[in-house]
Design a protein around this ligand. Sequence first.
Ligand SMILES: NC(=O)c1ccc[n+]([C@@H]2O[C@H](COP(=O)([O-])OP(=O)(O)OC[C@H]3O[C@@H](n4cnc5c(N)ncnc54)[C@H](OP(=O)(O)O)[C@@H]3O)[C@@H](O)[C@H]2O)c1
Length: 295
Amino acid sequence: MAKQNKILVFGAGGMLGRELLAAAPPPGLELIGLARAQADITSAEQVARAMAEHRPGLVINAAAFSNVDGAESEPQAALAVNAQGPQNLAKACHEAGAPFIHISTDYVFGGGGQTRPYLESDPPMPLNQYGVSKLRGEELVRAACSRHLIVRTSWLFGALARNFIHLMLELMRSRSTIKVVDDQVGCPTPAADLAQALLRLAAMVLEQGDAAWGTYHLGGPLVINRYQFAQMIWAEARKYLNKDLTIEPVGSEVFAAPAKRPAYSALDCAKIKQRFGLALADWRPELARIVKLLQ
Ligand SMILES: NC(=O)c1ccc[n+]([C@@H]2O[C@H](COP(=O)([O-])OP(=O)(O)OC[C@H]3O[C@@H](n4cnc5c(N)ncnc54)[C@H](OP(=O)(O)O)[C@@H]3O)[C@@H](O)[C@H]2O)c1
């Protein structure tokens, strides 16, 4: 028998996984996290073993091949983790009768040149191999487990694992001028806030035993470009760094990264608010907290 109050998190060693495990679970819920060394989601055997051992009432997949540039040179490895892995989990959840919450990305969009926030009903059009692999993962999850919630999020940041904020702070400490692209627009999302919202979602699903299954967008409420994000990070960091800094807006071509990034990939998050009452708050206080913590 599955334990209805037990949530099993795969990919527990990553940025979102760590925040899920660090978050206070809603009352009555037990959270178990498995990092890659404890369960490799590309192995159906390891997934089956973990499911049999823990018998969860619900599964959250926070595991991913998240190296966007790396996926260009290793598309098969990205597909294994971002598509076959979620398929293994979805099949195991279906067999166990456990609902499955799978995390996906704004990078399934971007190829169409759209400039208004993407709806769940907009056709995906990834620009890079990471986006292709995540989109394939979504398709395989939908096919394998009807009781799924695919939650697309974007531009995660937090204190517990390296991300854009860590990079910016390093550059801000060591240089007098930094260049940041202003031709990529998205919704920065605090991983801690997303983790809290996902646990509330899981609690609702477990309590009701049913949900409006499907695909949802959940990201931060501010639509900004990376240059503006860097400026907001600097507004906090300068409180601790006694120096002058110039932040120069540049185009993406300046960095010649292996993977193309969407010029615009903001997510419209109205559907999950309407169906589940979930919305992420203005994250500026959380940014201030993180920058202070990382000094
Ligand atoms: N970060 C973002 O800006 C962003 C934006 C939009 C959506 N997302 C999505 O949000 C989710 C969480 O991302 P994140 O930023 O937390 O990623 P992350 O920090 O890279 O964490 C992913 C975790 O998955 C683990 N993993 C990799 N291969 C695995 C495997 N075969 N089996 C089990 N675990 C494996 C990684 O372990 P190793 O460290 O050992 O490889 C890592 O601990 C992902 O679905 C991602 O696509 C992220």
